[in-house]
Design a protein around this ligand. Structure first.
Ligand code: NIG
Ligand code: FE
Length: 418
């Protein structure tokens, strides 16, 4: 790889399909455009970190024979809880045996267990684990991901997790976006209101240090209420940050109308979404980020995803990678779950983890689709888009180009070099 990743001009030539949006310049794919791709034979040329042309470049330093393959945009995972410490496999066994999440949390498990693990782990151990997971994500095609705090549960702890996230950036090839999940669980010994007072006081410093681009809050009976969501929205607006929200995961709280009124960029989970809120999201400038990995492993309800798509909602998929509810790093696995359980087409799952996910992070102008001039984040796949969900558990990624560099190659890429 060392020589190959030096090449600054690349040409992927003669692919069976180059998967592009129905037209260039779209912010997102929703309504009639959801899952509508042009998928025609062709080539892609890369130069200076960007997509130079939807055409071959015979003079490129690195030329790849893409016959029998498909070229797709790099995947965007807009909801992960990286970096975190350790795992919680014992809890999963308990869940499988029938213990509900709220009871696990009440026993000191759940978020509190990962908070203890993070507090006890050294920086190097946290970074090593997270970098390993980012490498795994890359091999499954993720070229951009969001990372959060939320396991600090004290202001110093949240700041440390955000700083570890920034240190992680230097160890991964992907680009990341940082979200302060500053209201995840009410820290022991305080109240939700008092905790938000602390968050409010700490935010100017976190913002000044460039540690957060978005704020997030877990709205749930065992976490924070609608009034706290509203307050988080005010804080986000005051600091020019995007508002994200863990909403309607276990309990129907009616947090979606409040989140939209507060200007939320996304509402994430929605397994327990109230039926009246489907149409609301259909017309909102707020994405529905669906997390079928958490739904499946936690035997949660299933989000009304077909209805959301048909209502015109801006539909997004993500892993929710975290040690509790969704220890899944692979977006193609999420595509497999979504197609089967949401009755989405393969192309809809791809739209939901590329351009639409980029919209959530505010980077849709620069990535999330194959368009000349956009950042060259792209995948060489050994199968058409339809195979993504169908061959559940298969990794179709032959090669990954990120920022214009070949950063990951399966051994069979060697046969394709010209
Ligand atoms: O997205 N729901 C809240 N937060 C995470 C789970 C965190 C955990 O269990 O560690 C989620 O599912
Ligand atoms: Fe989450």
């Amino acid at each position: 790889m060392s020589r190959l990743d030096q090449a600054a001009t690349l040409s992927l030539e003669g692919a069976e399909g180059v998967v592009r949006p129905p037209e260039d310049g779209l912010d997102a794919l929703r309504g009639a455009a959801f899952g509508r791709f042009r998928d025609e034979p062709g080539s892609v040329a890369v130069a200076g970190g960007a997509i130079a042309a939807l055409d071959a470049d015979a003079g490129a330093e690195l030329r790849v024979d893409a016959r029998g393959c498909w070229i797709a945009p790099g995947l965007v995972d807009c909801h992960t809880h990286l970096p975190f410490a350790g795992w919680r496999a014992g809890e999963y066994a308990d869940k499988v045996a029938g213990v509900p999440y709220a009871e696990i949390a009440a026993r000191g498990g759940g978020i509190a267990a990962s908070a203890r693990a993070l507090a006890e782990a050294g920086d190097e151990a946290v970074l090593r684990q997270a970098a390993g997971l980012a490498a795994e994500m890359l091999a499954w095609g993720t070229t951009t991901f969001e990372r959060k705090s939320g396991y600090g549960l004290s202001i110093e702890g949240e700041r440390r997790q955000l700083e570890l996230g920034r240190a992680l950036d230097a160890r991964v090839v992907q680009t990341t976006a940082s979200t302060g999940l500053l209201a995840h669980a009410v820290p022991p010994g305080t109240t939700a209101d008092a905790w938000l007072d602390e968050v409010q006081a700490a935010l100017p410093g976190l913002v000044a240090d460039g540690l957060v681009q978005a704020l997030d809050i877990f709205v749930e009976e065992i976490a924070f209420g609608l009034e706290h969501l509203d307050r988080m929205g005010e804080l986000a607006a005051r600091h020019g940050l995007a508002l994200r929200c863990h909403a309607e995961q276990f309990t129907t709280m009616r947090s979606v109308p409040v989140a939209i009124a507060a200007g939320a960029r996304s509402v994430d989970h929605l397994a327990a979404l109230h039926p009246d809120d489907v149409a609301l999201l259909g017309g909102a400038e707020c994405a529905a980020v669906l997390l079928p990995g958490a739904e499946f492993l936690g035997e949660e309800q299933v989000a009304p995803a077909r209805g959301l798509a048909d209502a015109g909602a801006l539909c997004v998929l993500a892993t929710d990678l975290n040690p509790g509810t969704s220890p899944i790093a692979a977006l193609p696995v999420i595509a497999g779950l979504a197609a089967r359980r949401y009755r989405w087409s393969a192309a809809e799952t791809l739209a939901a983890m590329t351009l639409n996910a980029a919209w959530v992070l505010g980077v849709h102008g620069d990535r999330g689709s194959l368009e000349a001039g956009k950042r060259a984040d792209l995948l060489l796949l050994d199968a058409p888009v339809e195979h993504l969900p169908y061959r559940f558990g298969h990794d179709p990624v032959v090669a990954v180009v990120c920022g214009g560099r070949l950063v990951h190659a399966r051994s069979d890429l060697a046969e394709r070099l010209r």
